[in-house]
Design a protein around this ligand. Structure first.
Ligand SMILES: [Zn+2]
Length: 159
């Protein structure tokens, strides 16, 4: 009797992959486009690369994070003392839960003042949308999950 070994699925040379920076250890990973929905894990720290929840990113790391992530990134600039920011937090989380194709990150402006300066954040909450490391849109003021997703879709359709 002959046992055929399990042949692993061949990767196509033309298969496209995305760069994704791990929100836990900041290591850049490459993930094939068709694996983005399979809960990919970081090659370095083995934690989920794309958790369906907002991830805190330190202000000092933000430029590297957005530059190394091919997926659109929505950044919520917030602070603990900001009432509207706290009201918005569950809405931001709700929006993140349904969109694995967009990275949702939170930057505590008190923790990373250099990011607020670099990105010229004048009021919070401010949501900034990045693609390929470049900011393409921003909006200030608390929003519902539906409003936020509507804004994101509108911005992404324009580009
Ligand atoms: Zn990692």
């Amino acid at each position: 009797m002959v046992f055929w070994p399990n042949v692993p699925r061949m990767e196509h040379a033309s298969e496209t992959a995305m760069n994704v920076v791990c929100p836990h250890c900041n290591t850049r990973n490459r993930v094939a486009d068709d694996r983005l929905g399979d809960a990919p894990k970081c090659g370095a720290c083995h934690q989920l690369l794309l958790p369906a929840a907002p991830m805190p990113v330190r202000g000092a790391v933000l430029p590297k994070f957005v530059a190394g992530t091919d997926l659109p990134v929505v950044v919520d600039f917030w602070a603990d003392w900001c009432g509207p920011c706290k009201m918005m937090a569950p809405e931001f989380a709700k929006a993140a839960a349904g969109r694995p194709d967009v990275r949702f990150v939170k930057v505590d402006t008190e923790d990373g003042p250099e990011a607020s300066t670099q990105y010229n954040i004048r009021s919070i909450p401010t949501m900034a949308l990045f693609r390929g490391g470049r900011e393409v849109a921003r909006v200030s003021g608390a929003m519902s999950a539906g409003q936020l997703l509507g804004w994101i879709d509108q911005q992404l359709q324009q580009r």
